[in-house]
Design a protein around this ligand. Structure first.
Ligand code: NGS
Length: 381
């Protein structure tokens, strides 16, 4: 079929217009950009702003659907519970000392107090708090313990004692305080009154439940000798080098003794009448038995102590001590904790111990005379 000339011209014109329009339209055409990843789906539509291309980003509805399906909750992991608990948060356990070694080395060299402080005080990264206080962390100590030291003029012994005893008490995991009760003046020493004062003053500080009355010259040789509350009053030092490791006599209660608060109150503490050396511990033994207690003791290899000898001056023996021992149980409810008279002259919390300086009532000494002054008559042992 032959096309007329007119028709042919019309076709060419239309084709020409299409070509022209295509040429105009192509430069301004930009395709829609699709950005997609497994979790996010965006559609970015370009728009023109002078020479810049701006993409209007639309988050498609499918995205949230996609996310929803991707974050479907997983099947929970099963956690095995030993027992369903009905109570609140679990309580910390009772302390169980796990670092005890048994026999320990006794360092008898005399340190400077500052050296001991730098070794043990919290101020220098140690565990002992001001006042000679320690409390275990992360567990509950069985009891609150006061270690009372009747004291006068034994600075060298005290430094050795503190260096040695703090780490042991901390390994035994006691909640404790070391209290040094010093007799003021230079009248005859009265160990028993200082013990009574230590007990009463300790209870003014805190609600202690156990008490160890400790001569400062006794150095423990076995850290398994427990200083906690005893079931019966307890003699802790049973094997002392000074006695050639032999138990001196059946009624012996010297050196280191331990009581619960109730036990000590029940015997009304120690007698106040023993001035000078000796007898007060024998009297305490009579009270313990008189109150119906039996005396407990650790095994000899555990209750082992070394007694420091150097720098040791013994007071003159008390003149009436043997007489007094005949009336121990008669006096015990009127002479003791309930009759002690004293004044606290000073109370100081030093880094490694609490210090109580006490003035005793010397007129209560029934054997009082001019020769009772020390140290002129002190005997070195
Ligand atoms: C006795 C004393 C006790 C003393 C014991 C050991 O003779 O007080 O020796 O003393 N009794 C009397 O004097 C009535 S010691 O060698 O450890 O100084 O505890």
């Amino acid at each position: 079929m032959i096309m007329s000339r007119r028709r042919l011209l019309l076709v060419w014109t239309i084709l020409f217009i299409i070509v022209i329009l295509t040429c105009i339209y192509l430069p301004i055409y930009e395709p829609k950009v699709k950005v997609q990843d497994p979790l996010v789906s965006l559609v970015a539509t370009p728009s023109r702003n002078n020479d810049q291309k701006i993409y209007n980003i639309t988050i498609s509805h499918q995205v949230s659907q996609l996310r929803t399906t991707k974050t479907q909750p997983k099947k929970p992991t099963t956690i095995q519970l030993t027992k369903p608990t009905t109570a609140g948060p679990t309580k910390p356990k009772l302390c169980e000392p796990e670092l005890l070694v048994g026999a320990v080395y006794c360092n008898k060299t005399v340190p400077r107090m500052q050296e001991v402080i730098e070794q043990l005080s919290v101020d220098y990264g140690g565990l002992t708090k001001k006042g000679g206080v320690f409390k275990p962390k992360g567990c509950i100590a069985k009891n609150k313990l006061a270690i009372i030291i009747p004291y006068r003029n034994r600075s060298e012994h005290l430094r050795i004692f503190l260096r040695h005893m703090h780490p042991i008490m901390q390994r035994q995991m006691h909640d404790y305080r070391i209290i040094v009760v010093e007799q003021a003046g230079n009248y005859s020493f009265n160990r028993a009154q200082l013990i009574n004062i230590g007990f009463l003053e300790a209870l003014n500080i805190s609600d202690f439940e156990c008490f160890v009355f400790h001569d400062v010259d006794h150095i423990l040789e076995n850290d398994k000798n427990d200083y906690g509350c005893p079931e019966n009053p307890r003699l802790l030092g049973v094997s002392v080098d000074r006695f050639n490791r032999r138990f001196p006599y059946l009624r012996y209660f010297g050196g280191v003794g331990s009581f619960s608060k109730e036990q000590f109150e029940k015997i009304n503490g120690y007698s106040n009448l023993f001035w000078g050396w000796g007898g007060e511990d024998d009297d305490a033994y009579n009270r313990i038995r008189g109150a119906g207690y039996s005396l407990s003791r650790p095994r000899a290899d555990v209750g082992r102590y070394m007694m420091l000898k150097e720098h040791h001056f013994r007071d003159k023996p008390g003149g009436n001590r043997h007489m007094l021992l005949k009336t121990s149980t008669k006096r015990m409810y009127t002479d003791g904790l309930n009759s002690v008279k004293y004044e606290v002259l000073k109370k100081t919390e030093f880094p490694l111990y609490t210090h109580i300086l006490a003035k005793l009532h010397e007129e209560l000494d029934t054997t009082r005379n001019a020769t009772d002054l020390i140290p002129t008559n002190a005997v070195a042992i």
